[in-house]
Design a protein around this ligand. Sequence first.
Ligand code: ATP
Length: 235
Amino acid sequence: MLELRNVSVQYGSFTAVQNVNIHVHEGEIVVLLGSNGAGKSTVFRTISGLNKLSKGEIVFKGNRIDRYSPDRIVQLGIVQCAEGRKLFSRMTVYENLLMGAYIHRKEKEKIKQSLNHVYELFPILKEKRNDLAGALSGGQQQMLAIGRALMSRPKLLLLDEPSIGLAPLIVEQMFQIIKQINKEGTTILLAEQNAHAALHIAHKGYVFENGTIAVQGTSQELFANDNVHKAYIGT
Ligand code: ATP
């Protein structure tokens, strides 16, 4: 479905991502692991068209997309749910969700269905639909950010650190919901520092170190890898 072939990305003369190869098949949950600054967010922004690559190519469903605008990439079905959430804090939950559906703005029935789907996944968003996004708790804001991304009915959902700053119980809930979204047919590429929880739901993963892929494998292989275990999973 998505393939990054020998992708390198630079910020000025600094190479943040070097010769990265990633393959995401339809229906998978794929996780990118690695510490702060390893290059995961840069990879996400490059897939979304927000950063330009300096080398390599990105292919989505047979089309080379690395010269496409961010808008065109969303139209194709690749939607990023950003780290830090970037919600419209002075708009209501409902208004934020509608903003996520702007590519379907002329299809009222479709929007209604998407909204019902998001409310089913996150009942708390239905309950708080008239509250300002800025008044939600951290976990609820993260749910809203994912809900907003789902409103455009992505084929491939990019989730950058969905568990960051959340209480352990909420993290658990969040990963169960991500698994559910995947079961319903959305392919997911996830960047996470919470390797333990992420590998539990992922099919496979890539470990980033200093902008390159140090290790890759199925979730079982990564769990069983001593170095990965020591560095990212712990006891
Ligand atoms: P984090 O989880 O902290 O976002 P990450 O693995 O996603 O970490 P990136 O944000 O992709 O890492 O950063 C990769 C490298 O690129 C880091 O060394 C970072 O300092 C650098 N970098 C990121 N954005 C920029 C930018 N706009 N200009 C210059 N350097 C940048």
